[in-house]
Unconditional design. Structure first.
Lengths: 109, 224, 109
């Protein structure tokens, strides 16, 4: 069965030329993946990561940006391997959101 | 596109010195979501003793440091030194090592443009790219449109980049689908005899090493 | 990771051999895109032995290593209605088990 990522030769429109800056969180995602795959850990290889986003299902794959797909695939894969649960990630996210400060509100203060 | 302020407080435990100045981003919210999610992942992994914050910072620096300048150096040296050029075409990784440039990928295959062959690199399945020497690929390289069309209608794709390739020039498209990574050795621009290696590197762009353009012609006011 | 002393007589293919890319019905992570399957090309060269990404993607790192070849196709053999004024080609890496030999007289359909 042909994967939804296997798009060589498909019809497609003009190439989007506007260059997107490489965001800090995207670099951080790659950094974490590289470390997880390094010889001291070998916890997640590039091929395992790729299998991850190739198995999301087309909706999730098309909904997320390139780096977000990798981040989601990493989380899915590590959870499957038993490193943590989604609940732990959600709890951490809640804390982070609670501490997150929007700069506009600071300006008003 | 509305300029969107990045949140000025990040909750990572590591230090970094990127600016928190407002940036125009296509979708600020998805960047905020992404930042929060990777912070959550990192925090959990640190708690589990799998990662440390310091090594993430260092790895980010490692990722930021390669850039077009490394590839440009290989190209400029190859233009000046025929022996180096042969070595580069035979085994890109070994040749790069001679210039103390470490190729992190399994192999680097350097493909040469000539009067009759023009090379173009793509990864249809994902985004494979010689990151250890060129840094991050441009967003268009990982776009669906490029990945789908480069292997199907390369001449039309190149035309979108402003490069017309005559019918009697063979376009050789390389789909980087496995362990090789590719670099195009573009043709040396005309009227560049006598230029130093450093001057030559200024003519070598990221795009000409991917194959969507030629190397720059020397500008009128170029100092030798 | 080329094995410089690889006994090349043990390799199934050498440069200029015509080959057919198989269309195997394999689930999971594969690196042979659909657009070259069932197509006939010519071996460019042998690139070395590598661990199979199909196995690596599910965490099997024990091997065996697989021979990897670069194969060249004429674009006009890959796509219907390709501009026949052009002589463009497509080069791609194919693992040994995805290739079948073609006798020289069968090489051009």
């Amino acid at each position: 069965m042909r994967g939804y990522h296997d798009i060589g030769g498909d019809e497609s429109g003009p190439i989007p030329m506007a260059e997107q800056p490489w965001q800090h969180w995207e670099k951080q995602t790659e950094a974490v993946r590289n470390l997880l795959g390094d010889s001291t850990r070998r916890v997640l290889s590039l091929d395992e990561l790729r299998l991850g986003f190739e198995s999301f299902g087309i909706d999730k794959y098309t909904k997320y940006s390139f780096y977000r797909r990798r981040l989601e695939a990493m989380i899915d894969s590590l959870e499957k391997k038993g490193f943590f649960t989604r609940v732990e990630i959600e709890q951490e996210l809640e804390d982070i959101r609670a501490r997150w400060v929007d700069p506009d509100s600071c300006k008003k203060a | 596109m509305n300029p969107t302020q990045r949140p000025h407080e990040h909750t990572h435990s590591h230090e970094h010195d990127h600016e928190h100045a407002p940036q125009a981003v296509e979708d600020g919210q998805s960047d905020v979501d992404g930042q929060q999610l990777v912070d959550a992942l990192q925090a959990v992994l640190i708690k589990k003793g799998i990662l440390s914050a310091g090594e993430v910072t260092l790895e980010i620096q490692n990722l930021e440091s390669p850039g077009t300048h490394l590839g440009a150096k290989l190209v400029a040296r190859a233009w000046l030194d025929p022996e180096f050029r042969s070595k580069l075409l035979r085994n890109g990784k070994d040749a790069a090592a001679e210039l103390k440039i470490k190729v992190g990928e399994a192999q680097l295959v350097v493909v040469e443009n000539t009067a009759t062959v023009h090379n173009l690199i793509v990864c249809t399945l994902c985004s494979c790219y010689p990151r250890s020497i060129l840094g991050q690929p441009p967003s268009w390289y990982v776009s669906k449109a490029y990945r789908a069309r480069a292997v199907r209608e390369p001449a039309a794709v190149l035309a979108e980049f402003g490069l017309d390739v005559a019918a009697d020039v063979q376009i050789s498209v390389h789909d980087s689908n496995a362990d090789m990574r590719f670099l195009v050795l573009p043709q040396r621009p005309a009227n560049t005899d006598g230029l130093s290696e450093e001057s030559l590197t200024k003519l070598v762009t990221r795009d000409c090493m991917i194959g969507v353009s030629k190397a720059l012609d020397i500008p009128m006011n170029f100092t030798r | 990771m080329t094995l410089k002393n690889a006994n090349q007589t043990q390799l199934r293919f050498k440069a200029r051999d015509p080959v057919l890319v198989l269309d195997m019905d394999k689930a999971g992570h594969v690196r042979t895109p659909f657009y070259v399957r069932r197509k006939i090309g010519e071996v460019i060269d042998f690139r070395g032995y590598f661990l199979n990404p199909e196995e690596l993607s599910i965490g099997n790192t024990a091997g065996p290593a697989v021979a990897l070849y670069r194969v060249r196709f004429m674009m006009k053999d890959l796509w219907p209605n390709y501009n026949l004024d052009r002589t463009d080609v497509l080069c791609i890496e194919v693992y040994d088990h995805w290739l079948a030999p073609i006798a020289n007289d069968e090489a051009r359909p």
